[in-house]
Write a protein that binds this ligand. Structure first.
Ligand SMILES: Cc1cc2nc3c(=O)[nH]c(=O)nc-3n(C[C@H](O)[C@H](O)[C@H](O)COP(=O)(O)OP(=O)(O)OC[C@H]3O[C@@H](n4cnc5c(N)ncnc54)[C@H](O)[C@@H]3O)c2cc1C
Length: 459
């Protein structure tokens, strides 16, 4: 390995939205002359799986008013959107609208550029995959890149983000990348022949994205979606509203009584003329406290019995996207199967799928192509990320509670295999799901990114 001289004050691994936010906050908080390195496998900053699409039909799942990079300037993305809106849309309307995803990556890059210009620290951008970390005796971390180059840093933010879940079905390993496409592979989805029969595995947000992509490219063929629960994402309310109630009172309740109380709040909201979404708007900032106040056994029950219902209410889509899905369902171009995908096999002209229905019967499907929309892999041992594999294998990290993500202290400090904190490594975003539950969206990422870099740069 080629060693590179001076250690950086801070290394950030991953430059999706989380790592880019960390770089922005680091530049704003670093002392003059401090050196930061931002390392990203992909070619572009600020994208990751969520914002890499250039397709204008794919929009954010959160209204513009909720997407600022700065907790202390919550209107910042809205200000940016207003400045760059060439159609002269009223500010109020833009605040409640769902911006194109590609615009969000542009926004993050613009704020990074600004922070670079105004800051006195230096930022180096490296495009490479981090293969391994090794704490050296000198107190610095050695960072091995796929190219064979080695960097050194005193501190590190791990922002490795979301990883797509592999299609876990008998026969799945025999499908070619042309027969089984990942839902986040927007460019390949765009090339699916418009008359092909498509089977999407999963019925959540990634399914909605895939259908949007197909629709945008004029797809005419039948689209099947297969899911065990067949619960489709629900839409945001047309107007933002919050139903006020005492959230802290929920913390003392065990899961079953808590869910009953939430349903009662929904009834109260509706009786007061508010949409059910107003209850979830009230709960939204308290997601971490709600998770952490559940007993371990109740967290497990939540994961087994409640999570799918919770997700469709909590992670909503733009109303116009839901209306488009509904129109396709009404026209029977989109058909949702409540079933478990049991087996797939490659055929010369496509893919054969066998579904197991709730009553035990089977159903056969023949599709030209399968889209894997089964979502995010939270078992870090299954992610195929070489860095995560190395950290786990060498005991520098361990899986988080319930096997979800990586185990961290409350401030995000990485815990090793023995539960010992590694004070120079902080984790942000999706890998903290087991500890925080609510940890992937921008309102959480911006707070975690800022807190992590402030603590590390001032250590
Ligand atoms: C399709 C989709 C849509 C979403 N829409 C919204 C939305 O509208 N609003 C919202 O608030 N949230 C949304 N989210 C949630 C999303 O998790 C966050 O907004 C955000 O994009 C997560 O950023 P991240 O940097 O943590 O992870 P990622 O976006 O996954 O980025 C991680 C980055 O790290 C890099 N990386 C990983 N390992 C290494 C390594 N070993 N070496 C070098 N680089 C590495 C990857 O290449 C990647 O670029 C969405 C998520 C998805 C998947």
């Amino acid at each position: 390995m080629n060693a590179v001289s001076e250690p950086f004050d801070l290394a950030i691994v991953g430059a999706g939205a989380g790592g880019t936010l960390a770089a922005i906050h680091a530049l704003r908080n670093a002392k003059a002359g401090q050196r930061i390195v931002l390392i990203e496998t992909g070619a572009y900053l600020g994208e990751g799986a969520a914002y890499s699409t250039r397709q204008k039909e794919l929009v954010l799942n959160v209204p513009a008013r909720g997407m600022s990079a700065f907790a202390d300037a919550p209107q910042d993305f809205l200000d940016y959107a207003c400045k760059h809106d060439n159609e002269g849309t009223a500010r109020e309307e833009l605040a409640n609208s769902f911006a194109q995803r590609r615009r969000y990556a542009d926004y993050l890059r613009a704020r990074l550029l600004q922070a670079r210009a105004l800051g006195t620290a230096r930022l180096l951008e490296v495009h490479a995959c981090v293969m391994a970390l090794e704490p050296a005796e000198t107190g610095v971390l050695r960072i091995a890149l796929a190219s064979g180059i080695e960097l050194q840093a005193r501190n590190l933010v791990l922002a490795s983000g979301n990883h797509p879940r592999a299609l876990q079905v008998a026969g799945g390993e025999n499908l070619t990348p042309v027969q089984c496409i990942d839902a986040w592979d927007y460019r390949v989805i765009a090339r699916i022949p418009v008359d092909a029969e498509v089977c999407i595995v999963g019925a959540g947000l990634s399914m909605a994205d895939s259908v949007q992509s197909l629709r945008a490219h004029g797809h005419r063929g039948r689209i099947h979606a297969v899911s065990r629960h067949a619960l489709l994402p629900l839409a945001h309310a047309a107007q933002a509203a919050v139903h006020e109630f005492d959230v802290a009172a929920l913390h003392a309740l065990p899961l079953r009584r808590r869910m009953r109380a939430i349903r009662a709040h929904v009834r109260d909201a509706q009786a007061a003329g508010l949409p059910w979404q107003s209850v979830f708007e009230r709960l939204r900032p308290h997601g971490q406290a709600l998770w952490q106040s559940l007993a371990f056994a109740d967290q497990r029950r939540f994961l087994h019995h409640v999570v799918r219902y919770w997700d469709i209410h909590r992670h909503r889509i733009a109303p116009h996207v839901q209306a488009q899905l509904q129109a396709l369902l009404d026209d029977e171009q989109l058909c949702v199967h409540r079933a478990r995908l049991e087996h797939v096999a490659a055929r010369r002209d496509g893919v054969y799928l066998r579904l197991r229905l709730p009553d035990g019967a089977t159903q056969d499907l023949d599709a030209g192509v399968v889209i894997n929309a089964t979502g995010v892999e939270h078992d870090m041992e299954k992610t195929r990320n070489p860095l995560l594999a190395q950290l786990l294998a060498q005991g520098l990290a361990r899986r988080g509670p319930h096997g979800l993500g990586l185990d961290t202290a409350t401030d995000g400090t990485l815990l090793d295999a023995h539960g010992t904190p590694q004070p120079c490594i902080r984790v942000i975003g999706s890998p903290r799901i087991g500890t925080l539950w609510e940890t992937t969206a921008i309102p959480e990422l911006r707070v975690q990114a800022e807190a992590a870099v402030k603590a590390l740069l001032n250590a």
